[in-house]
Design a protein. Structure first.
Length: 401
C-alpha cells in the first residue's frame, strides 16, 4: 500500500512539474541577420486594457504605427519585429544578449550587425521611425510611401437647427493603407489642391449608411469655413445621425443594415451602459443622470451590433462627468468598451460618436467615429482584432480653435 502511495505521489509531482514548465513563458529571441527594428510592448490583459484608457490608447497607437511602418522598412531591406514581452534576447552570430527596458515597457530597438543598438522609448509615429531608421542605419534609401491614386473619405454632418448638411474630409484610402488629408486649419497649398480637386461645386459622392450606398451627396458651396452638400437620399442626416461619403464605388459593401434600435434593444443598451459605468467605479447614485446620446443598430462584420454613446451629466448641468462609447451584442451580451473618461474639468471632456463603417473585406469592417472635445474634434478608425476594437487611425485635431 505504501509503495502505491509513493507511486501516486511521484506521478502527481511529475505532472505538476510538467504543468509548471508549460506555464513558464519562453524567452523571446530575435536573430539579427541584417538591419533590424524591434518594436516592443509589455504584455497586458484585456482586463488591464479595459481598466486603463491610457494603456489602451498607447497599445492602439503602437499597433497602428507598427502596421504602417512594416512595408517601408521591408522595401529598404530592414527587418521589423513586433513583440510583446518585458524583455527579449538578441542573437548576433554566436553572441546572445538580453535586453531589459530601462525606462518604460514600450519602445523600439534599432540594431545592425557590428553596430551598437539604439533604443527609443515611448510610442513613435511611422514618420518618426522612418527618420530614426535613416539616421541609425546611414541609409538615404529608406523610401517614402509609394504614391498611388488615393480615395478620399468624408464625413456627412447634419445641423442641430436646420436641414443643411456639411461634408468634412476624414482621410485617404490608398489600397488598404490609410493616409491623412491636409489639415483644414492650416492654409497650405496641399489644402487648396485638395479642395480644388475634391470639393469643387458639383462633385458628387456615394452616401454610405450601414456600409452600403444610399443615395448621393453633391458639393454645393463653401459657407463660412464649412463645405455644404445637397443630399439625395432617403437617409435624414441630422444632429448625431451622421454618415460617410466616399470617392469611389469600389469601397461600397454589397449588403448591410443600419437602423434605429427597437425598444428592447434600447433597454439592453441602457442596462449595458449602467453595468460598464459601475464596473469603472461610477457611483450608482449618479446613474440617474446618465443619458444615451446616440444608439445605433448596425451590422458589423456580418453580425448585428448595438453601438452607443452615453454620458453622465455633471450635477451643475455644465458639462459631462463621465463619457462612454461601446459596442454590445443583444444576443451574447458581449460588451467592448472603446472609450471611457472621467474628465477632470469641462475643457478636458471628450465624447465619441459613430459615423458609419466601410467593408474592408477579409480584414474586417472599419468603424469610423468622430471624437469631440472643447469645440474641436478629430476622426478615428477602429477595426476588430481578436474580439476587441482597436484604433487603426487618428486624424489631426480639427476645429481650428
Amino acid at each position: 500500500m505504501r509503495r502505491l502511495v509513493h507511486a501516486i505521489a511521484s506521478i502527481v509531482v511529475a505532472l505538476l512539474l510538467a504543468l509548471s514548465l508549460v506555464a513558464t513563458p519562453k524567452k523571446t529571441i530575435v536573430v539579427i541577420n541584417r538591419s533590424t527594428v524591434v518594436a516592443f510592448f509589455a504584455p497586458v490583459t484585456s482586463a488591464e486594457l479595459n481598466a486603463d484608457a491610457d494603456t489602451n490608447e498607447a497599445l492602439a497607437d503602437f499597433q497602428l504605427y507598427a502596421t504602417k511602418i512594416r512595408k517601408p522598412l521591408d522595401d529598404a531591406g530592414i527587418d521589423f519585429k513586433e513583440i510583446y514581452s518585458k524583455s527579449f534576447q538578441v542573437q548576433r552570430g554566436t553572441e546572445i544578449t538580453t535586453f531589459h527596458p530601462a525606462k518604460v515597457d514600450v519602445g523600439y530597438y534599432f540594431v545592425a550587425p557590428g553596430k551598437e543598438p539604439r533604443i527609443e522609448y515611448g510610442v513613435r509615429t511611422d514618420a518618426d521611425l522612418l527618420q530614426i531608421a535613416k539616421e541609425y542605419f546611414n541609409q538615404g534609401s529608406v523610401p517614402p510611401r509609394a504614391k498611388r491614386q488615393p480615395i478620399p473619405i468624408f464625413a456627412l454632418l447634419g445641423s442641430d437647427r436646420g436641414d443643411s448638411v456639411g461634408i468634412d474630409p476624414i482621410l485617404f484610402l490608398d489600397g488598404q493603407e490609410i493616409r491623412a488629408v491636409p489639415n483644414p486649419c492650416a492654409e497650405t497649398q496641399p489644402l487648396h489642391d485638395f479642395q480644388n480637386q475634391y470639393l469643387k461645386p458639383g462633385a458628387t459622392y456615394p452616401v454610405v449608411f450601414g456600409g452600403v450606398q444610399i443615395g448621393t451627396a453633391s458639393v454645393t458651396k463653401l459657407e463660412g469655413d464649412e463645405w455644404r452638400v445637397r443630399v439625395d437620399s432617403d437617409v435624414q442626416i441630422h444632429g448625431l445621425t451622421m454618415a460617410l461619403a466616399v470617392g469611389s464605388a469600389s469601397l461600397l459593401g454589397r449588403d448591410g443594415s443600419r437602423r434605429i434600435p427597437t425598444a428592447a434593444e434600447q433597454d439592453h443598451v441602457g442596462r449595458a451602459a449602467r453595468e460598464i459605468l459601475t464596473s469603472k467605479g461610477v457611483p450608482v447614485t449618479l446613474l440617474h443622470r446618465m443619458r444615451l446620446t446616440q444608439v445605433t443598430a448596425m451590422e458589423l462584420n456580418h453580425s448585428m451590433k448595438l453601438i452607443a454613446s452615453a454620458e453622465v451629466e455633471r450635477a451643475d448641468k455644465l458639462g459631462i462627468e463621465y463619457s462612454l462609447f461601446f459596442v454590445t451584442d443583444s444576443v451574447s451580451n458581449e460588451k467592448s468598451v472603446i472609450w471611457f473618461q472621467h474628465p477632470t474639468s469641462e475643457t478636458d471632456a471628450e465624447a465619441v460618436y459613430l459615423l458609419d463603417h466601410l467593408d474592408a473585406g477579409k480584414n474586417g469592417d472599419r468603424m469610423f467615429v468622430r471624437r469631440v472635445f472643447y469645440e474641436n474634434y478629430k476622426y478615428e478608425v477602429y477595426r476588430n482584432r481578436s474580439g476587441r476594437w482597436m484604433k487603426e487611425f487618428a486624424s489631426d485635431v480639427f476645429g481650428c480653435l
